[in-house]
Design a binder for this molecule. Structure first.
Ligand SMILES: [Zn+2]
Length: 260
């Protein structure tokens, strides 16, 4: 087998395993549940065996149900495992050199965890945003000539989010979103980062309006309360924008900022 193909497959498999770990972490981290111990079924509490814990494969093989009590297994498990595998493969394709691969793998796995955690618990863990800021500074100081614009990219792009948080006292926008954007701005730079932020607002608005319409049409009380609380997690949209910018070089302003 071609070496690059082999390494790409290895990266994807490794990513799937990390995704499986991130799933467990997302249910346990900061929830009072311990981090150690074996995995149990969330429903019947039966201890899970090796056959239940193979990423993606177990879910498909067991038809999405617990082998012991037949309860439905959250779709989060295979989704996060597939997402982690895809991210690891993309990271390998974009950064095949070992050191760069390691850095960006940690970055994207942390971002994936941030998204999952924000969706599940409505909050971004400080340890995640802290780690991302440290990695972003490390990346900025080591991997390119540090420009004033590059150094300002983080604070400048985070500023509108902090303003939204300040004006609404954290109701429209959580404080964690601005802190996350600080690192994303440094990772992407100003033009790509600004593009990512725009994409985040657009996609967030589309999904927000969609949820509202769905709530109106369906008159589903839970969904209505969900949207009225206006706490649609924003980290998924920020990370989606960063994903398009980092891996697919989506950039509306590249020609504009070249002039600076
Ligand atoms: Zn069970």
């Amino acid at each position: 087998m071609n070496e690059a193909v082999f390494l790409g497959l290895a990266a994807a498999l490794f990513g799937a395993v990390i995704g499986s770990f991130l799933n467990a972490l997302s249910f346990r981290f900061n929830t009072g549940r311990g981090m150690g111990g074996r995995s149990h079924c969330m429903h019947c509490n039966h201890e899970l065996g090796a056959l239940d814990l193979v990423p993606v494969f177990s879910y498909v093989y067991l038809w999405g149900r617990c082998r012991y009590c037949d309860a439905r297994i959250s779709l989060q498990y295979p989704l996060v495992e597939v997402a982690a595998a895809a991210l690891a493969l993309l990271t390998y394709l974009a950064h095949p050199e070992p050191l760069n691969f390691a850095l960006w793998l940690v970055v994207w796995m942390t971002l994936l965890f941030t998204v999952v955690y924000d969706l599940r618990h409505g909050i971004i863990p400080w340890s995640c945003s802290g780690l991302l800021i440290v990695l972003a500074l490390l990346y900025m100081l080591t991997n390119q000539p540090v420009t004033l614009l590059g150094a300002l990219a983080g604070p400048l792009l985070a500023l509108p989010l902090f303003l939204l948080s300040a004006v609404s006292q954290g109701r429209w926008m959580g404080w964690g979103d601005g802190v996350l954007e600080l690192s994303l701005g440094w990772f992407l730079g100003l033009s790509s980062g600004a593009t990512a932020l725009m994409l985040a607002f657009w996609s967030g608005a589309i999904v927000g309006v969609g949820l509202l319409m769905f709530a109106r049409v369906g008159r589903r009380k839970a969904m209505l309360q969900f949207t009225m609380r206006s706490e649609v997690p924003f980290a998924p949209f920020l990370v989606l924008g960063a994903f398009l910018g980092h891996f697919f070089h989506v950039n509306f302003f590249s020609s504009l900022f070249v002039l600076w």
